[in-house]
Design a protein around this ligand. Sequence first.
Ligand code: HEC
Length: 183
Amino acid sequence: MRLLINFLIVCIFAIGLHAKSYIYIEGGIKLPLKQQKITLYGGVPVKVISQNGNFVKIKMNGYVDKKDSLSLYATKNHKLLLATVKEPNLIKVSGDKGILEAKVPKKNITDDMDEAWEANSDLFYDKCTKCHHAKIVESHSMQTWDVLFSSMQPKARTTKKQSALILRFLRAFAKDGILRESD
Ligand code: HEC
C-alpha cells in the first residue's frame, strides 16, 4: 500500500513537472518582446521556469537551421517557427538543437492548449468546412498540408493573416507536427 502511495505521489509530481504551457496571443501570430529582442509565436509549447509579478520566465526547446541563426523551429524540418531573435547568441545552440529563454507577460501564457490555438482553429473550422466536412488535420504531414493548403486557399479566400493562422494550425497538428487535437 505504501509503495502504491509513493508511486502515485511520484506520478502526480511528474505530471506537474511536465505540464505544458503555451504562448497565448489573442487573435495574433507574433508576440514581439522588443526589449529582449525576441519575437515569440502563438500557440507554441513552453516550459515555465519561474514567475515574478506579472512576468513568467519560460524556456523553449527547438531546432535551428544552420543557414539562419536568428530562428528557432519546433521541428527538424524547420516548418513551424517557435521564435525569432535579433541577436544570434540569444539562442543556445547545440548541434541542430536550440534553447531559448524569455520573460513573457502573464497574460500571454496559458495552460490550456485549446485556448492558445483558438484563433487558428476557429478560422480553420470556419473557412475550411464550407464545402466539405472538416478534414482531419492529423492525417497529413506538414509538407502535404502546405500543398493542400495552397490548392484550397483560393477556394477559402483567406487573407494573408488568416492563411498564416490556418497554416500554423495545420502544421502544428499535422501527423509529423508537435501537438494533437483534444476531443
Ligand atoms: C469553395 C469550396 C471549398 C473550400 C472553401 C475549401 N475546400 Fe477543400 N475541397 C473542396 C473540393 C471541391 C475538394 C475535392 C472534393 C473533396 O475531396 O471533398 C476539396 C478537397 C479538400 C481536401 C482533400 C484533398 C485530397 O487530395 O485528398 C482537403 C485536405 C481540403 N479540401 C482542405 C481544405 C482546407 C484546409 C480548406 C480551408 C483553407 C478548404 N479545403 C476549403 C472545396 C473547398
